[in-house]
Design a protein around this ligand. Sequence first.
Ligand SMILES: Cc1ncc(COP(=O)(O)O)c(C=O)c1O
Length: 363
Amino acid sequence: MLRPKPNIDKLISATHGGINYLELEKLGISPADILDFSVSVNPFGPPPGIKEALNQASIDRYPDSEATELEQLLAGRLNIALDNLVIGSGSTELIRLVATAYFDTDDLVIIPQPTYGEYEIACHLVGARVLKPPMLENFHLNLAETMSLIRRHQPRGIFLCNPNNPTGQYLSQEEVKKILSVAKDSLVVLDEAYIAFAENTWASVDLIERGNLVILRSMTKDYALAGLRLGYAVATESIISVLKRVRPPWNVSSVAQAAGVFALKADGYLDTCGMKIKEAKEFLVKELSRLGFSPLPSQANFFLVKVGDAAKFRQALLNKGILVRDCSSFGLPDYIRLAPHSIADCQKLIAAIKESEVYRNVS
Ligand SMILES: Cc1ncc(COP(=O)(O)O)c(C=O)c1O
């Protein structure tokens, strides 16, 4: 039998939140009827009016490979030069581009755990080895251990997710600077997919001048463009020019580019959504605490909750049309991750939990 390369042969896909369409079909539930707390995208949807704007996008021509209009707008908003920016079909594409361009067979990459599964996949795709320091008991990154591993192994790359998926822990500027100071020969990828709705954030973009940092952001998350996918990377001109050489041509569809342009022009939309998300998160945390749960502190627009058997908990709620993220794939089989929706939808979640037999077992 024709086999793929050994590293691909061993590859296991990462688990993600979100709707499993086949599973719903078997349960006889329509995806439209699902209230999805398992993905951490903006729950208030894209800015109003976007559908009309997308109708203007030309779908009979190839898209602009440079995503010129979107890049110009974004560079202006971020106050950086065009040469410091590349757009991707979601930040996940950019994770793969970084690995393809910078990591080679047997290179070592450090990925503190638990975190987004696509970093490891991207490394395995190129045959790199992965070292996975576990978090501390309080769910924080083990900074001392991570720094000591970097000193000892001089890895080719390090992935830092900030705020981290799934813990919601946010590294301070000092902590990231400490890591950068011992990682001078490594490429540090700072994934800020969830920065737009995080609390008490600091500005990271100036750090790219150190020359070994790539910052990733996700407009998929910010503007609820999960069906289109849009992300970007910010780094020095030399890193960006490499990523641009590695990316496939026409990687971002015309429709996704038009969505990005429209979304960036929706002044104040992110701030308004951010305020509503904060309010809904506080509400949900309070209500869950009232039910006897202990949601973990988080600086992100999602948080972990210990529920006992997370797979069972997810299944019980799914039968009621509500989806939560079972965190077993993160090595946390007792935890679910929740990303708040509107307060009315959070009330539905609380009611569903109260009614469910898994709650009676927990309480
Ligand atoms: C930490 C992190 N980065 C990136 C992504 C991917 O987002 P995008 O749709 O921009 O590829 C996710 C999605 O779950 C994520 O959790």
